[in-house]
Design a protein around this ligand. Structure first.
Ligand SMILES: Nc1ncnc2c1ncn2[C@@H]1O[C@H](COP(=O)(O)OP(=O)(O)OP(=O)(O)O)[C@@H](O)[C@H]1O
Ligand SMILES: [Mg+2]
Length: 217
């Protein structure tokens, strides 16, 4: 039996007030989970906790068998570089560079070859030579998704990856993400407001009244 890619155990966190407590969440290889909930309930915060960026007030996050907040900074850095891919709610591409140059930076850091198939799947192959500043918001979003997939991560954390996209393109992006995790035995943890996108994941969690529950389906 293969171990879970991610186990969040007993997580509690808040800023001025408590956002959530006793959160449990798991992600198995080749599986996907969505987190839904109202704006401001703490979805992005929980995603950042699960992906090494915010140490929770309480609880443990085990990624690929390692208790991440017990690791040294260098080991956390290696996790970010090689094992996890993050699609942020607001994408961070180098604006003065082309799409291809942005991808080259990422693959150089992770040591993976560039896989042009991903550009075709995301329908951005013809745009890769253009500067990021010349692309539409949705095109930039797809370049940032291609950049993450090019790293070949074991776990993808995605915060509203289809937020800027029309339905057809959003469906295309979900197809690509779900195919990636099946082909690579990877995991996808997705935050979304889009119920249709959420329902394509194996597990749907709802964050409500400071509690995370797995929705029965
Ligand atoms: N670094 C921070 N310092 C203080 N408060 C914060 C910080 N990050 C988030 N918050 C607060 O925590 C709450 C939850 O924020 P979060 O971004 O996790 O919500 P969300 O569920 O992702 O919302 P949305 O659906 O609008 O993206 C908000 O009230 C926000 O202002
Ligand atoms: Mg958010």
């Amino acid at each position: 039996m293969s171990q879970n890619l991610l186990e969040a155990k007993n997580i509690s966190h808040g800023f001025e007030t408590t956002l959530f407590s006793n959160v449990h969440l798991t992600l198995a290889p080749a599986s996907s989970a969505a987190i839904v909930g109202r704006s401001g309930c703490g979805k992005s915060t929980l995603l950042h906790i699960c992906s090494t960026f915010i140490e929770p007030d309480d609880g443990r996050v085990v990624l690929l068998g390692k208790d991440i907040y017990a690791l040294k900074e260098d080991d956390i850095e290696a996790f970010r570089r090689y094992d996890i891919g993050i699609i942020f709610q607001f994408h961070y591409l180098f604006k003065g560079m082309s799409g291809l140059e942005n991808i080259e930076v990422a693959t150089m850091l992770s040591g993976e070859p560039i896989d042009e198939h991903v550009f075709e799947q995301l329908e951005i192959k013809e745009l890769m030579g253009q500067k990021i500043g010349e692309l539409s918001g949705g095109q930039q979003q797809r370049v940032s998704i291609a950049r993450v997939l090019s790293k070949k991560p074991k776990i993808i954390f995605a915060d509203e990856p289809t937020g800027n996209l029309d339905k057809e393109t959003a469906t295309l992006v979900m197809d690509v993400l779900l195919a990636y995790i099946k082909e690579n035995d990877a995991g996808l943890l997705l935050v979304t407001h889009d119920e249709e996108m959420a329902s394509r994941c194996e597990t749907v969690y709802k964050l409500e009244e400071k509690v995370l529950t797995s929705l029965e389906r």
